[in-house]
Design a binder for this molecule. Structure first.
Ligand SMILES: Cc1ncc(COP(=O)(O)O)c(C=O)c1O
Length: 360
């Protein structure tokens, strides 16, 4: 049975990327070796690494005044690396729109004077605060946002107005829609949703912001050191970088972010329209803030939610259980989820509704 994986991360990868990686796994480009065995200082790996960086630059239209870094430690490590590198006056403002945003702010508080400029905690993070009414403090080093909230299914459709550098955790939305990189001081994202396997973290940072990290910043977390060494200060996650490079190549072949965005909107519209027209399923996220990537929904009861998740898995629709802080279900429909996966989910939802409508 064909399985569609709706996991929030690690998530589905493109079939074409997996086939290419499988084909070349034992003997990459006539080297007689797998990429997993190659020295990270070899010419072959250097080509893979640099191709990955230049494809990402091309896809996201990243200019030369930004460094593109391939790091480790997940997005969570960036919760520390960002303040350790960017705090100069020692002050930064955070908008808290979910668990990860809250964790990012908590970590930053270890290093400086961090203020929560706005939060949507009062409604269990089911909306993005009104950006026009937020007043940021004067003389801050940056403003931090979490652009797509994986657990709660919200997304920013516009950016806060600030003259301070804007830092975004783009883990669950990078490459799903166009970003104007010039509007950001720093963009970071764990790879395991829209890029490739877990183990790689992408950081795109304006070079003028990274020259004076805090003196306590560990060497490995210094963006300046990583930039000087082309992210090869130590052994990088070679295979993840290779897989990311294949995913970037595949996305370019598909027509780039503009094209995948259209598909992502189609997939999300199909699912939200179905939920909105049903008296059985609910998505309680503020409509204008709905995520294109993570769609939480519930049936009329927790018992039905549990049977939904179980029966859906038997039907080849896996990892639909919602996060414990929200409950219900969550369909993560990242770039690699084909439209047939969403159609199959909707057809299962219809069938489940018919079978269980009378039970509530
Ligand atoms: C928006 C967001 N930020 C941060 C993280 C944490 O990422 P990692 O597990 O790579 O540290 C996640 C993980 O799901 C996420 O969705």
């Amino acid at each position: 049975m064909k399985v569609y994986n709706f996991s929030a991360g690690p998530s589905m990868l493109s079939e074409d990327v997996k086939i290419e990686a499988q084909r070349d796994f034992l003997n990459y480009s006539n080297s007689g070796m797998s990429v997993t065995e190659m020295s990270h200082r070899s010419k072959q790996f250097e080509e893979i690494h640099n191709a990955g960086i230049s494809l990402l630059r091309e896809l996201m239209n990243i200019s030369n005044n930004y460094a593109v870094l391939f790091l480790q430690g997940g997005a969570s490590q960036q919760f520390d690396a960002v303040p350790l590198n960017l705090l100069k006056t020692g002050r930064a403002d955070y908008i808290v729109t979910g668990n990860f945003a809250s964790k990012a702010a908590q970590e930053a508080k270890k290093y400086g004077d961090i203020s929560i400029a706005a939060s949507s905690k009062n409604k269990n993070y089911n909306y993005i605060p009104d950006l026009d009414t937020i007043v940021f403090r004067e003389n801050i080093d940056y403003v931090h946002i979490t652009q797509n909230n994986t657990i709660f299914g919200t997304r920013y459709t516009s950016l806060p107005k600030t003259s301070a550098p804007l830092v975004t955790d783009a883990s669950s939305m990078i490459l799903s829609e166009e970003l104007d990189v010039a509007k950001f001081g720093l963009i970071y994202a764990g790879a395991q949703k829209n890029i490739g396997p877990a183990g790689l973290t992408v950081v795109i940072v304006r070079k003028d912001l990274i020259s004076t990290p805090m003196s306590i910043c560990p060497t490995m977390l210094k963006y300046s050191i990583q930039e000087e060494n082309n992210s090869l200060y130590n052994t990088p996650p070679c295979f993840c970088i290779y897989m990311a490079m294949l995913a970037f190549k595949q996305l370019k072949k598909m027509g780039g972010i503009q094209e995948i965005y259209k598909l992502n909107v189609r997939k999300a519209d199909l699912l939200y329209d179905f939920i909105d027209n049903s008296a059985f399923y609910t998505n309680n996220v503020n409509k204008k803030d709905r995520s294109l990537m993570n769609v939480p929904f519930t049936t009329p009861s927790a018992e039905l939610d549990a049977s939904f998740v179980k029966e859906a898995a038997n039907y080849g629709l896996v990892s639909l259980k919602g996060h414990r802080s929200v409950g219900g279900m969550r369909a993560s429909i990242y770039n690699a989820m084909p439209i047939d996966g969403v159609e199959k989910l909707i057809s299962f939802m219809k069938q489940f509704e018919i079978q269980n409508k009378s039970c509530h």
